[in-house]
Design a protein around this ligand. Structure first.
Ligand SMILES: Nc1nc2c(ncn2[C@@H]2O[C@H](COP(=O)(O)OP(=O)(O)OP(=O)(O)O)[C@@H](O)[C@H]2O)c(=O)[nH]1
Length: 343
């Protein structure tokens, strides 16, 4: 009897569009389906992996660098193999791409896998309703990503007015003809929409179209890949951060610094929770939650931007540490942070 194959779904979308949020929604609403996850962080600190850990049946993390540019696909193959082994009892695998990945490359890698237990299950492209128009103007290649998607999620629908949402839905439907486009808030889509999808043959054809030579040339040059224009800066501190200094840093972040994500530790009585920090374009939020029992109180941030001064950013953050020198941070210093806190 032929064994049922496990669909591998690629979850893509530009930096900060809401891929991890959508993935967490799926994990919390899978209706009993067991989901295996592959996460590909752009930076070497695995913020995405840390953001989904604890809720997932089985997860592997491919850190540091864009999976789409791996010349050697054996690492991904190895991970898929692990997740697809019968003892893992996984029903569906989701590969969360980095926000700068080329989904086409990922899809091709999955199609090229000779693992008989898996089958490509489609590409879900997440779009940030508030940022899409600006991002598309800077990166016209996003149109190409939408063109090969099997499901487009217009996320952050809460951040735009109704007319704008309708206009965006029309634009997306034009860019992804024949592909379902759904609006969502916080990635809350019906999991059935993803799990029961089968990629249409003509989209697979569009992905396969490039010849092997094209592919090699493309890889050598990285031409046109989103991530070539971006760099990531990592910052880790054991010392707590000074809230007022950090807010000053964030308020004056350079324009090219599009994305910040990670966790902040403030050493102020009453505010020693773990503050997840997310910046996407002009958007900035802190999300306080409890630290895990064995978790170290650390500040760990990844900053991703284009044309940014990496060492300047690192120095700027280092100067935000509360080392005991200068003005002491007290309760009032938290006010600026709390203005941006949610949940
Ligand atoms: N207002 C609003 N915020 C959202 C929504 N979905 C996600 N966010 C927020 O957007 C930020 C980025 O979300 P993530 O899920 O981390 O985005 P991502 O695509 O995984 O980010 P990268 O992996 O860096 O590309 C977080 O602060 C989320 O809470 C939404 O529908 N509405």
């Amino acid at each position: 009897m032929a064994k049922r194959q496990i669909p591998v779904i690629v979850l893509a979308g530009f930096l900060g569009s809401g891929k991890t949020t959508l993935l967490n929604h799926l994990l919390g609403n899978s209706g009993g389906s067991r989901i295996g996850v592959v996460v590909n962080d752009f930076g070497s600190i695995e913020i995405d992996a840390m953001s989904v850990a604890g809720q997932v049946d089985s997860m592997v993390s491919l850190g540091n660098g864009c999976l789409c540019c791996a010349v050697d696909t054996s690492e991904l193959d190895g991970f898929l193999e692990r997740l697809a082994r019968p003892s893992a009892r996984i029903d569906v695998i989701v590969v969360e791409a980095s926000g700068l990945a080329e989904p086409q490359e990922l899809v091709r890698m999955i199609l090229a896998s000779d693992n008989r237990r898996i089958v490509y299950g489609g590409l879900v492209e997440v779009v940030d309703a508030a940022e899409f128009t600006g991002t598309r103007a800077r990166h016209p290649e996003l149109d190409r990503h939408l063109g090969i998607a099997d499901l487009v999620v217009l996320n952050k629908a809460d951040r735009v007015a109704e007319e704008e949402r309708a206009a965006l839905l029309r634009t997306l439907s034009g860019l992804a003809p024949g592909t379902p486009v759904v609006a969502a808030e916080y990635g809350r889509v019906d999991p059935e929409l993803l799990f029961d999808r089968r990629p249409r043959e003509e989209r697979l054809e569009a992905v396969r179209q490039l010849s092997f030579e094209d592919l090699c040339a493309e890889r050598r040059e990285h031409e046109g890949h989103l991530h070539t224009a971006y760099e990531s800066v990592e910052f880790v501190s054991e010392e707590p951060m000074h809230p007022r200094r950090l807010m000053e840093f964030l308020d004056h972040r350079p324009r090219g610094l599009y994305r910040i994500k990670g966790f902040v530790h403030f050493g102020i009585a009453g505010h020693r929770q773990k503050f997840a920090l997310h910046a996407v374009g002009d958007f900035l939020r802190f999300y306080p939650s409890a630290w895990g029992r064995a978790e170290r109180r650390l500040t760990q941030l990844v900053l991703i931007g284009s044309g940014v001064d990496a060492s300047g950013l690192r120095d700027g953050l280092a100067a935000c540490r509360d080392t005991g020198a200068g003005e002491r941070a007290d309760e009032r210093a938290m006010w600026g942070v709390l203005r941006y806190a949610q949940g």
